[in-house]
Design a protein around this ligand. Structure first.
Ligand SMILES: Cc1cc2nc3c(=O)[nH]c(=O)nc-3n(C[C@H](O)[C@H](O)[C@H](O)COP(=O)(O)OP(=O)(O)OC[C@H]3O[C@@H](n4cnc5c(N)ncnc54)[C@H](O)[C@@H]3O)c2cc1C
Length: 313
């Protein structure tokens, strides 16, 4: 069957997972509609720092290949940083060693043990710019975009033979899937006092982490990973502690002017769910949610797998 004969696909969700899935389907010749409750600026994806790195995400055996697929695309897009928001930037993962990582690490050029940890040149993504670019690219590829809150997956299945559920934390109520839970992350944006490299010292199991990412709009300081906390209000005490921890690494950060605060809720799940269901009437429902702390890192590998699961309905 040629792609023209295939029915439309509705993608629910307009974060990094929804846009990457919609674009992949459109590039494969499918007619696609995106339904999103929120504009891109108000998604979790817009809050992310965002460094390419598999952090707080499982299962490891699938995360490696998904991440590497995205890495190849980000490396290409880094040739046009102003348009795509993607840059290759040097930095250090303090306290991390090569031999503690999965086999995927051998495919990452330039990853090397250094004095204080793991040195690397990795994609750093300015998410507000990048998400707008994905949305515009989707529209250029013919994707129809609608602002719409979905109350039940049947609403979408009533309008198209195939639906992809990319609702992130929203899947908790929509599926419903109680395995999805928020892991709160708070960030502080300061005027950059001259920091050109990124730094992380992020223990996967700690609530308080320490990292900074130089973005064009300022230096992003992190962070927290507060399991089960669903508050989107920035906490001033938490913000002050973030600045203190980052300034202990780079003292010039202590006096940097605060430009803003960001809070987001990572859509955590024991395992990312990329899976196909077939309804009694033969329609296809593909799930693509639960990407925790690394949705930007794995987005394109997951999108390609989800698009493959849609098949030719
Ligand atoms: C502080 C912080 C820092 C992070 N840093 C990084 C990083 O450095 N690197 C990295 O790879 N990842 C990072 N992440 C994780 C990353 O942001 C997430 O994994 C990713 O954004 C999840 O994308 P998503 O599209 O699934 O969810 P979202 O961006 O939340 O998008 C969900 C979409 O679904 C829509 N939706 C939900 N429910 C409904 C409904 N009922 N009807 C219609 N639409 C609905 C929403 O409107 C939205 O458009 C970070 C996260 C946080 C919070």
């Amino acid at each position: 069957m040629s792609s023209d004969e295939n029915g439309e696909v509705i993608v629910i969700g307009g974060g990094v997972i929804g846009w990457s899935t919609a674009l992949t389907l459109a590039w494969r010749g499918r007619r696609v509609r995106v339904w999103s409750r929120d504009p891109v600026e108000r998604t979790t994806s817009a809050v992310a720092g965002a460094l390419w790195w598999p952090y707080r995400i499982d299962p490891q055996d699938r995360v490696g290949p998904w991440s590497l697929r995205s890495l190849r695309l980000y490396e290409e897009w880094a040739a046009r940083p102003d348009e795509t928001g993607v840059r290759m930037v040097e930095g250090v993962h303090a306290g991390t060693r090569l031999d503690g990582l999965g086999s995927w690490a051998s495919e990452v050029a330039g990853l090397r043990d250094a004095a204080h940890g793991l040195a690397a040149r990795l994609p750093l993504i300015d998410m507000p710019v990048h998400l707008r670019r994905l949305r515009d690219a989707a529209q250029e590829a013919g994707v129809v975009v609608e602002t719409r809150t979905v109350r039940s997956l049947d609403e979408a299945l009533a309008e198209a033979p195939a639906v992809v559920n990319c609702t992130g934390l929203g899947a908790r109520e929509l599926v419903p899937d109680p395995a999805v839970r928020p892991v709160r992350g708070q960030l502080v944006v300061v005027r950059n006092p001259g920091v050109r490299t990124w730094y992380t010292a992020a223990d996967e199991h700690a609530e308080a982490t320490t990292y900074f990412f130089p973005q064009p709009g300022g230096l992003i300081l992190g962070g927290t990973a507060q399991d089960g906390d669903g508050s989107l209000e920035p906490d001033p005490a938490v913000a002050a502690a973030i600045v203190r921890r980052c300034a202990a690494v780079r003292p010039e950060i202590a006096g940097a002017r605060v430009l803003g605060h960001r809070v987001g809720l990572r859509p955590a799940r024991t395992e990312v769910r990329v899976e196909r269901e077939t309804t009694a009437s033969g329609q296809v429902l593909v799930h693509n949610y639960g990407h925790g702390g690394a949705g930007v890192t794995v987005a394109w590998g997951c999108a390609e797998e989800a698009a493959g699961l849609v098949g030719s309905v």
